[in-house]
Design a protein around this ligand. Structure first.
Ligand code: HEC
Length: 122
């Protein structure tokens, strides 16, 4: 490659690097995909031993939902009891970063948009 071409390419690459938002790489952890806020490392330490954090980041729910998931894992999947302070922090993190999502499920279609039910009784 000729020197002017090389210099030109280097310049363009430098511009592209500068154009990227500086914190983009830091908002989610590169390895687990967890949002890097607050107590994310407690979640990494306590919740990625048996399954990937993807199971967490793909789910959502309010505090009660997260609490019941943890209780379910403790009752049926051999998960150890958490220190109460640790559990509080984890629940706070989960509800804040993976709370109920509007987009998680679409609203049901109104009845007039549904096809006629061929099995409905006359
Ligand atoms: C002792 C092992 C273990 C630990 C530790 C553990 N889990 Fe799980 N978890 C499981 C198993 C097993 C499943 C079921 C996996 C499957 O269905 O493939 C599961 C499933 C889940 C699910 C999916 C539940 C659903 O409704 O489909 C979520 C969300 C989850 N875990 C979150 C967490 C969080 C948050 C933590 C930390 C507080 C955690 N897990 C720690 C074993 C564990």
């Amino acid at each position: 490659m000729s020197w002017p071409r090389f210099a030109g390419l280097t310049f363009i690459l430098a511009l592209l690097t500068l154009a990227l938002p500086p914190q983009a790489a830091q908002q989610t952890d590169r390895v687990t995909g967890l949002a890097r806020n607050g107590d994310w490392q407690l979640v990494q330490a306590n919740c990625t031993e048996c399954h990937s954090a993807l199971l967490i980041t793909q789910n959502s729910g309010n505090r009660g939902v997260w609490q019941s998931r943890i209780a379910w894992m403790q009752e049926t999947q051999g998960m150890a009891q958490l220190d109460p302070d640790v559990e509080e922090s984890i629940l706070g993190y989960l509800e804040e970063n993976y709370g109920p999502r509007q987009s998680a499920r679409r609203a049901p279609l109104p009845a007039h948009l549904l096809p006629e039910n061929p099995w409905s009784q006359p």
